[in-house]
Ligand binder design. Sequence first.
Ligand code: ATP
Length: 234
Amino acid sequence: MITMLEISKLKKVYGSKTVVDIEELQINAGETIGLVGNNGAGKTTLFRMLLDLIRPNTGQILSKGENVARHDKWKDYTASYLDEGFLIDYLTSEEYFIFIGGLHNFSPAHVMDYLNQYTEFFNDEILNKGKYIRDFSKGNQNKIGIAAALMQNPELLILDEPFANLDPTTQIRLKSLIKNLKQEHKMTTLISSHDLNHVTDVCDRIILLEKGLVIKDFLTDENTLKELEEYFSE
Ligand SMILES: Nc1ncnc2c1ncn2[C@@H]1O[C@H](COP(=O)(O)OP(=O)(O)OP(=O)(O)O)[C@@H](O)[C@H]1O
């Protein structure tokens, strides 16, 4: 098995509160990981450290063996959408996609062609609306951010609560999209979610965080949903 991410002795502290405290965690290439945990468990903080948006107090994250805080190579194969801060509010959706495509040397025509595969996912709400990104609903901003992240055909994809704010139809379409990416591109995917149903459906491994600690880490099977529901109803 090839290791994609290797986390060791990772700690993030705010004031007197330790919000992430992970002794050891490995993510293998090709895995689809669901990160679950109640509000404040540390999911977003962990993602932000994976993307070197914030720095840990101690410990490190290696991506393909290189510390993300000291090297840049991971940026070539990693894509993410954490929140609307990743978008550019004053652009239309087309302008934004063309801007992101330009970073990967796509011509505008190539970008528009690439977007054809998302016709179903977009559900006719994203393109040709003459609307600025700031005026889209949060769910539709989500769709824009996810499609833009996928444009670079990443090996590692990180999505923070991708199902939140999506209508049920789009949630189901997003699940097939993620399953496809796993099957066809062997993509390594990390998804945080409060939706235990979706996350157990789409992920082959679940990591449960609580107060920054990994409480459970197991492969998904037919009992996982029940186990998680029991854990969270205690
Ligand atoms: N910049 C910051 N300064 C101080 N405390 C912070 C900061 N960022 C996060 N925290 C705290 O760290 C803890 C973990 O927050 P985080 O957003 O990572 O949790 P989460 O699991 O993503 O939660 P949610 O499910 O609500 O999104 C929370 O107690 C939060 O208040």
